[in-house]
Ligand binder design. Sequence first.
Ligand SMILES: NC(=O)c1ccc[n+]([C@@H]2O[C@H](COP(=O)([O-])OP(=O)(O)OC[C@H]3O[C@@H](n4cnc5c(N)ncnc54)[C@H](O)[C@@H]3O)[C@@H](O)[C@H]2O)c1
Length: 361
Amino acid sequence: MEIKVNLNKRSDRTYKIQIGRKDFSSLKKLIPQKFAPDKCIVVTDSNVKRIYNSEIKAVFLSSKEHRSFVITIPAGEKSKSQKVRDKLEREIIKLNPSRQSLLIAFGGGVVGDIAGFLASTILRGIKYIQVPTTIISQVDSSVGGKTGINLPESKNLIGTIYQPAHVQIDIDFIQTLPEEEYFNGLAEIVKSFIIADEKAFGYLEKNINGLLKRNPQTLQYCIKQSVGIKSKIVEQDENETGLRKILNFGHTVGHAIEACSNYRVKHGFAVAEGILVEAQISNQLGKLSENDLQRIKNILEKFGLSKNIRRKYDFNSIWKKILFDKKKNKNGVGFSLISKIGKCEYNILVERYVVKSAYNK
Ligand SMILES: NC(=O)c1ccc[n+]([C@@H]2O[C@H](COP(=O)([O-])OP(=O)(O)OC[C@H]3O[C@@H](n4cnc5c(N)ncnc54)[C@H](O)[C@@H]3O)[C@@H](O)[C@H]2O)c1
């Protein structure tokens, strides 16, 4: 299965997202055929390296066409920092890369974001490939070209929009994900169906068990649909001046919860909570039916994503974080809100008292 991302119809920026099972090894042929790099620099993290060391050797390090190097960063969000960025930059520069060198981000969203960021700045930009290994990175961070690192003040404050040259999604990587990371990722799949695909949402409702058991066919359908949704949106609005904002459904409140928890609450769990509150706002504004609201609540509950985490954080602290994150005008804050499952609008001003009442519901 292949999805093409056409950006402004410029062929040099168009790339393919290859989605399949047991597909990872095809990179061994694809890299020399398609990119003919002088060298490959693989960036991965300590967990992924430990689990997939033999695959890394077989696919990247055994190539006869070019030399390959593997650089490993510590696993976890802390690695998306200026310190790790500097260290990684130095290590890459020591390998003497040229404009023909290829960077490969092999791992979750942390590896993808920092490696993509370096690819966009080293020698003013070299090609990179995303090989995402978590649900979040397969359906979200590897698609759309947002790269970056965190600062102590907040997440993703430094970054670029720099598209990969290719994305290789192998669904089978998901089988080794720890339980918490798996459910954390499901939240982004649920979100993408809520904003843009009622049929896929119906599929989710009928295939809850398949997803709970990580059935490969069910996963493949969900990941493929989510990637399709995101790439269509990115094609129309790469720089998030309009439509791309609908991807932020659930994220206005979700990001505030993440920030209030000092990032101890994982992104997907915070977004799930944000989805509940923001769907509630839509319902209170008379946009979303009671039936659709209930369907959303049910699905999040079935995936263990409805944990009432927000009760730990009082609304005043959440509102402060929302204001830090978002442009506001005197009438309120701009939200992306759904009018039904499968349809989302953006830049909808919502007043504080409405957000407060939905948050405390
Ligand atoms: N660029 C974007 O558009 C975008 C979108 C969404 C999220 N993000 C960013 O992505 C990051 C979150 O991504 P994530 O959830 O993938 O985090 P992550 O990269 O930290 O991966 C989560 C954990 O899973 C481990 N792991 C990765 N693949 C594995 C596998 N196949 N088997 C076992 N363990 C595996 C990692 O070592 C890590 O411990 C955040 O920094 C977030 O800001 C970026």
